[in-house]
Design a binder for this molecule. Sequence first.
Ligand code: FES
Length: 356
Amino acid sequence: MAQDDNSGKDLAAANSSSHDVAPVDTGVGVVSKDAVENPGHPPHRPRVTDLDPKKDKQAERTVYTLFFLSAVGSLWAVAAYMLFPIDSANMETVRANNLFIGLGATLALLALGIGAVHWGKALMADHESVDERHPVRGTDETRARAIEIFEEANEESGFGRRSLIRNSLIGALVVFPLPAVALFRGLAPYDEDPVELLKQTMWKKGTRLARDPSGTPIKASDVTLGSAFHVIPEDLSTAENMLEEKAKAIVLLMRLKPEDLNELPERKDWSYNGIVAYSKVCTHVGCPVALYEQQTHHLLCPCHQSQFDVTNHCAVIFGPAARPLPQLPIAVDDEGYLIAQSDFTEPVGPSFWERH
Ligand code: FES
């Protein structure tokens, strides 16, 4: 308790002397009172504002002028926002808006910052402060008790004695994070360009359209009005990576009245007698578009409810999908079987990565 009282007095004394920074003329030059009273300390160099009241006043004027300029800058930025509105069709207005708001904001921040620093350096009290700190070291009894607890725990667990268990545990803990490292590998860029992968499917000129999953080729006459088929390339079973190829190539085949189709002139020959084929892979994030509404001719993706209008080249009429389902150009061979005229003319599947 006595020690605390003393340190309190020391602190008071230190604060009292350090606050008293009036300069003293020693006969050989002007130094601070600190330097006179604490000869062991490096000499304190008084600032010009400590020595000359005129300079002090000047510094004060500079600081409030800067703060005033900062306020002007902020108001200018607000005014510029209203005076230079953005017209998105005119890039000049965007530039003017950015420029004048930027100038105002720059002035506001710069003047505020410089003013605050100048205030601190030239005018605020220029003295050293002493902060009392409590000792962080525990008492000897606490430390001894902690060691005792560790030793007891060591004894009871056998951690020190049973070296095989200890070493195997350390080994297990060292190896434990490795699966996470391996999993992070999955975040590395994909070796192959996904756009390239989705640009090519198994469809090529002359490939017959077959039922999924039997692989039975489909004749145009099998497709009645209003029906819909899930379709794969006839030669899918010969593919090296059958599942991946199927995921890309799967198609929905539907028959509408030819007059219900609003076909673009360049795609008039992509259908056959009202039969059209579209990729079944949703252009949102790739779910299978599996629901066909006969009456409205809409295809629905069950994942996030995107809807595609079959009569208008599967244009998106609702939901988050960003582009129509790619169309597979089809025709009929000599035996009446439906065949592809070519592969898809654009990548199938999600569109978030491939539109560069
Ligand atoms: S995947 Fe089809 S709407 Fe999201």
